[in-house]
Design a protein around this ligand. Structure first.
Ligand code: ADP
Ligand code: MG
Length: 620
């Protein structure tokens, strides 16, 4: 047995070279009992027959960069092969192992290659020699010199079912010679603590077999180690073996430029970097790098692709995959501002769609209510805890909304999920007043935030624009889901602990029964955010949301001024109907104001969509 529950694929005595990880001094060769499992190569002092054996080390196969044989001349030893891998801190090490025979070496190479064939970090180059006396014996390069020799086997992605090697024609001893078609295996990207019966906790990097994926956001899975089964959020796992950038802590997904900057500024390390999706071009990635050169700042680079499909940042380093490209730049600045260093702080786990696989009804006794956060339209909002999860609880003033209809809709709304939308977790609907339980955002409403930070923000147009684009991303998602917000405004957006902006209160306006709010003549109706067709015919659409978004941009660029100042509603309606719009805020760049004006096109059809607005502000 390899570990407690590890499946043994092949095992044998072999000798390994000691690894003095930094300098390779004082080397010697020791006999170890090697065990290959689907996930690790582990070596022990003593074999399984000897009563007390001790693990001496292991290499996680997912971290393997190259598996190659080593020429006899290098160590004056026969049948040596090497396993080049990334350590926890993303340094690269090489494990040299001498097999007893040439045939054994071929079998181990073959077998390990099948297990690592889908690794994202696989390199198409390696050092044929070894690092001896401060240089690579093959190319005479220094420690960080890029590998010099092409690998000897074809890296054949997607050929093998993830995690399950195709059996070799002559499997080494102890290998099952026949394997069933592989079930879908996923790896946890984040920890997840199950709170409800029927749900399953996840620990980062654990593997799970997917049993059911009928629900988009909650999959039934079985932990491959413990055998425990249950539902867990599908956005917390990635498929094993699929080349997937999500597994890297440096990948921030849909994070915006501003979030990447805040994240990197916190870390304050030269070369610290993240990769994120380009805000506008799907399938395009942006590299953001912290540097102190000249002054502390974050630089952004588009990762480009050549006609052969290779990724590159500068002409001299081109790679098949992004992880490989990043890896190369970790060892060589290669034309960008610094040698890359991965972030040390973790990413935050995304919100789950609802609280559990089948739960939008929350038992109020599970809620621990804390301080009041504010009050608005619908009543009081309080901070709360649901087990260990921070939540905001909206206690809906009785008589302000048609509750039954809302409760039906809430089931749909728990399924909306985007990094720039306030996640609805569920409702307490069996009591009055009903509670709406959502994600908690530390800095409260965007409007208040803008007003509080006016002095810092007012002429910081990059940050302000980024806030707008975050809102725009959330809205582009709603637009795609054909979901109309109906009450988009800075007061209905919230600011999280990492200064991320999320859109809240989407769709709620439909369930308000208060006449003052629902009719465009009512005192509480948000006239100043309403498009002409809403004022005239109550015709709501994603394009009326776009109009409101233009007003929100204006609020952002004035740091929370009231649109149209003290003008009365009737005057505003008159003004809008005569085609007059808000003036350009003092510090607003003209291209940004131009977008606001496009949002305020009298003809809804001529306004850009949210998606088009995002495209207008592509990264450099
Ligand atoms: P409004 O009518 O201003 O939109 P809301 O009922 O939506 O009123 O919210 C009232 C206040 O409660 C907000 O201004 C904000 O400060 C706070 N708040 C609401 N939701 C949250 C949340 N999810 N996290 C943190 N604070 C919140
Ligand atoms: Mg609100």
């Amino acid at each position: 047995m390899a570990g407690k529950n590890e499946e043994v694929l092949v095992e044998a005595f072999m000798t390994k070279r000691s690894q003095n990880k930094r300098t390779f001094t004082h080397t010697n060769w020791k006999e170890r009992w090697f065990v290959l499992s689907p996930k690790n190569l582990i070596y022990y002092d003593g074999d399984k027959q000897s009563g007390r054996r001790k693990e001496r080390g292991r290499v996680e196969l997912i971290r393997v960069v190259a598996v190659e044989s080593v020429d006899t001349a290098v160590f004056q030893r026969d049948f040596v092969f090497q396993l080049c891998y990334l350590s926890e801190d993303d340094d690269q090490y090489v494990l040299y192992i001498a097999a007893p025979t040439a045939q054994d070496r071929e079998q181990w190479l073959d077998y390990i290659r099948k297990l690592v064939a889908d690794n994202d970090c696989l390199s198409d180059k390696y050092h044929q020699g070894a690092f001896i006396k401060s240089q690579w014996s093959c190319c005479k390069g220094g420690k960080n010199t890029i590998a010099c020799t092409d690998v000897t086997w074809t890296i054949n992605h997607n050929n093998n079912p993830p995690g399950h090697p195709t059996p070799s024609p002559t499997p080494p001893n102890g290998l099952p010679s026949d394997m069933n078609p592989a079930p879908k295996i996923v790896v946890a990207l984040y920890d997840y603590n199950a709170t409800e019966r029927g749900d399953l906790s996840l620990r980062k990097n654990e593997e799970f077999e997917v049993l059911e994926q009928d629900q988009e956001h909650w999959w039934k899975m079985r932990n491959r180690q413990t055998g425990m089964e249950g539902f867990a959020p599908s956005n917390y796992v990635r498929e094993l073996g699929t080349p997937d950038i999500q597994q890297y802590d440096w990948y921030l997904g849909d994070a915006t430029r501003q979030r990447a900057e805040v994240f990197l500024m916190q870390q304050e390390r030269e070369g610290c970097f993240v990769v994120r999706n380009s805000t506008t071009n799907s399938g395009v990635y942006t590299l953001s790098v912290y540097t102190k050169q000249s002054h502390p700042q974050v630089k952004h680079y588009h990762i480009k692709k050549d006609p052969e499909g290779n990724y590159y940042l500068s002409q001299n380093i081109k790679c098949k995959t992004i992880p490989e490209l990043i890896y190369r730049h970790q060892h060589n600045p290669g034309g960008i501002c610094a040698r890359l260093r991965p972030p040390t702080l973790g990413r935050t786990a995304p919100a789950t769609a609802g609280l559990s696989h089948d739960k939008w009804e929350i038992d109020p006794s599970e809620l621990n209510l804390l301080e009041e956060l504010g009050s608005g339209q619908f009543g009081v909002v309080r901070h709360g805890k649901l087990k260990s999860l921070d939540v905001a609880v909206k206690m809906m003033k009785e008589g302000t909304m048609s509750e039954d209809e809302f409760i039906e809709e809430a089931k749909v709304m728990t399924k909306l999920r985007h990094g720039n939308l306030v996640q609805l977790y569920g409702v307490c609907s069996r009591q009055r007043p009903i509670y709406i339980v959502t994600e908690y955002l530390r800095y409260g409403s965007l409007l208040q935030y803008l007003r509080n930070k006016e002095r810092i923000l007012l002429n910081n147009t990059d940050v302000l624009l980024d806030m707008c684009l975050q809102v725009c991303s959330g809205m582009a998602y709603l637009e795609k889901q054909k979901f109309i917000h109906r009450d988009l405004a800075a007061r209905n957006c919230l600011v999280g602990a990492h200064n991320e902006i999320k859109v809240g209160d989407f769709g709620l306006a439909r369930y308000v029964v208060d006449d003052e709010y629902t009719g465009s003549g009512g005192a509480k109706f948000p006239i100043k955010w309403a498009a002409p067709e809403v004022l005239n015919f109550m015709r709501f659409s994603s394009k009326s949301d776009v109009w409101a978004f233009g007003v929100l941009m204006w609020e952002v660029f004035t740091c929370g001024k009231m649109p149209y100042g003290r003008m009365k509603n009737a005057e505003v309606v008159d003004m809008v109907q005569h085609g007059r719009v808000l003036e350009k805020p003092r510090f607003c760049p003209s291209d940004v104001y131009n977008v606001m004006q496009q949002c305020w096109n009298a003809n809804a059809e001529n306004r850009p969509s949210f998606n088009e607005i995002l495209r207008m502000f592509q990264d450099e």
